[in-house]
Design a protein around this ligand. Sequence first.
Ligand code: GRF
Length: 187
Amino acid sequence: MRIVVLVSGSGSNLQAVIDAVQAGDLPLEIAAVGADRVDAYGLERAEAAGISTFVVPFREYSDRSVWDAELTRTVASYEPDVVVSSGFMRIVSASFIETFHGRYLNTHPALLPAFPGAHGVRDALAYGVKVTGCTVHWADAGVDTGPIIAQEAVEVRDGEAEAELHERIKQVERRLLVRTLSEIVQN
Ligand code: GRF
């Protein structure tokens, strides 16, 4: 199985996948890592691991559909079986979803369908939930919607700050992503 991983930031979930592949625990090939911005640290993690990288810089495109078409074309050129959105902070178009239909995996730091969107951890805290968590799902054309594959709960601690809670969720999320990919490879 070949995957392309899309990132926008730190890429610690990507690192968990790289580590599992390198340890021989996850029999797949990371064909490439792509980003929407040149300064995504995840690109450095990929380069350090000898993985091909590409950037389709969102800010340099005046037309969203042109950016989207270029992203779709570039991802498709690596012929992935599965595309993983791992902290990729862009909504992709229906045509991207169509091209990778049923093969576009997303991770989200909340228990969907609760708290979709870019601020899942902040929104859960603001609501005052006592339990939140993370979700791995097949993405469709909505925002953090599509069939759920796996979820795991994380208890919210009293007075916890967003960054602290997000880091604890990500510790679970990294494991869940690797486990889900492993199950997809097996099935
Ligand atoms: C993850 O919690 C992901 O679900 C969210 O952003 C975070 C990315 O973390 N969309 P990292 O870049 O993998 O460290």
